[in-house]
Design a protein around this ligand. Structure first.
Ligand SMILES: [Zn+2]
Ligand SMILES: [Zn+2]
Length: 454
């Protein structure tokens, strides 16, 4: 990847609006870890860009909308490289409008949607059609990945160069691994021509078998078939070897096991071009939750042990894990309100990601807020997009956070069409109040008052 693209180069309905008005976040605590900024400022947004970080209370505000932000944190807005918007085909679970509204409410200024829809996205026409719909319906800039193999069948590659020309933001068969090593190798060769990232759901189906949860003590007690950690780590090791051999780059999705972290860390040490992500649920929860037999704790890869979780937290801290991604996977209640073993895999995540991590890891002192804020947006870089920055002349991608706010996810409903959250019913602390995406206000919490200066 040579040149980074602006997040605003993705498709969304704000792109067609009239130029945005001026906005001032007055006396916000500005936290931009990449820029080394952690101090109160007036954040001045003009023509969709950050005009300046002025001394607190000093910004000229005539004609601007003013948001009194004292006591609130202004951070680079989040970017999620891994969501499922279920369009086309399963709009009963989610669509572009509801999924991106959930993203905006979660503080995201951009998302990348996976291609395992019905049918899978494997033609330039399908990419073009989704981009057009995002132009009408998306609350935040949205990119669409195309599949690596035709129909996600795992045998024949898609036309990756043509798909990239049509605007595919990357490639993935997410939902399924690429079983065949020869196909994977060819994909890495074509990916270089297409100049787009390839995102990998790493799992050896033979090892996973019919597993429904992590293979370990809890699965033994419950008598459930388990998915062993090595189902993930051995496939990552194979793809690291192939990427290294081909001089290609890969992005590993939803890392869950400590064995996998060891493989990624060694690959990075050896200079392989690899990035990876971890989800809020793998960082906050363990397979102990499955004892409840509630299907909202069923996802792929499964929740693992506390040792795995703590290893993931440390990998986020050290940077072995590059970014946090939700793997937002909406399902209808029909598919979840069934016995655990029969339930669909996956949980929603966009509306709870920051709060879940803040509550589980920042409040108890396991991770610094600055690290979390950095990792919540760094997935953009793994796919060749500019990183959100609170710096003069940067495109305005800003989230205003209230770190004190306590709330119960789902108590006021969801923006998402689905409610299969593994965090509903918990008390979480911290919440986005305003999301500015590509210079425009994409979300504001209803109860949050503000005024326009004379
Ligand atoms: Zn996956
Ligand atoms: Zn996924």
């Amino acid at each position: 990847m040579t040149v980074s693209r602006a997040i605003s180069s993705l498709d969304w309905r704000g792109a067609a609006d009239a130029p945005p008005g001026d906005l001032v976040l007055r006396q916000a605590r500005v936290l931009d870890p990449r820029a080394g900024v952690d101090a109160p400022h007036d954040v001045v947004i003009r023509d969709g860009r950050i005009a300046e970080l002025a001394a607190p209370g000093s910004a000229a505000i005539a004609g601007a909308e003013v948001i009194e932000a004292e006591g609130l944190h202004a951070v680079p807005a989040f970017f999620d490289p891994h969501v499922h918007l279920r369009t086309p085909g399963r709009e009963d679970k989610e669509d572009i409008e509801t999924g991106t509204r959930a993203a905006a409410a979660g503080g995201y200024c951009g998302v990348l949607a996976m291609a395992n829809t019905e049918p899978p996205i494997d033609t330039p026409a399908a990419i073009e059609s989704l981009r057009e719909r995002a132009g009408d319906d998306a609350s935040v800039p949205t990119g669409f990945l195309a599949t690596v193999t035709r129909g996600m069948q795992g045998s024949e590659l898609t036309d990756m160069a043509e798909l990239a020309d049509a605007g595919a933001a990357g490639f993935s068969d997410d939902g399924l691994p690429i079983r065949n090593a020869r196909v994977m190798r060819r994909a890495l060769q074509y990916q270089a021509l297409a100049n787009r990232q390839i995102a990998l759901h790493e799992e050896d189906p033979e090892l996973s078998g019919g597993g429904v949860m992590h293979e370990g003590k809890v699965s033994a007690v419950l008598g459930m078939a388990g998915v062993p950690s090595v189902s993930e780590s051995t496939m990552i090791a194979r793809d690291v070897a192939l990427a290294s051999y081909e001089g290609a780059r890969i992005h590993v999705q939803h890392l869950s096991a400590r064995e996998s972290i060891a493989v990624v860390a060694a690959a990075k040490q050896a200079g392989v071009a690899i990035t990876c992500e971890a989800t809020p649920h793998h960082l906050a929860l363990t397979d102990e939750a499955v004892r409840s037999l509630e299907a909202r704790f069923k996802m792929n890869p499964p929740l693992r042990t506390d040792e795995d979780r703590l290893a993931l937290v440390e990998a986020v801290r050290s940077g072995v894990v590059d970014c946090i991604a939700t793997d937002h996977a909406p399902h209808t209640s029909d598919e979840k309100e069934v016995p655990f073993e029969q339930a669909a895999m996956g949980v929603t995540g966009l509306e709870t990601a920051f709060a879940a991590i803040h509550t589980a890891l920042v409040v108890p002192g396991l991770l610094d807020l600055a690290i979390v804020v950095e990792r919540m947006s760094s997935g953009a870089a793994a796919f060749g997009f500019e990183l959100p920055a609170l710096a003069p002349d940067a495109e305005a991608n800003v989230t205003l956070l209230d770190l004190e706010s306590e709330w119960e996810p789902g108590a006021d409903g969801w923006e998402s069409r689905s409610s299969n959250s593994c965090f509903s019913g918990r008390k979480l602390q911290g919440r986005p109040l305003i999301t500015v995406a590509a210079g425009r206000v994409a979300y504001r919490r209803r109860s949050f008052a503000m005024g326009v200066a004379p």
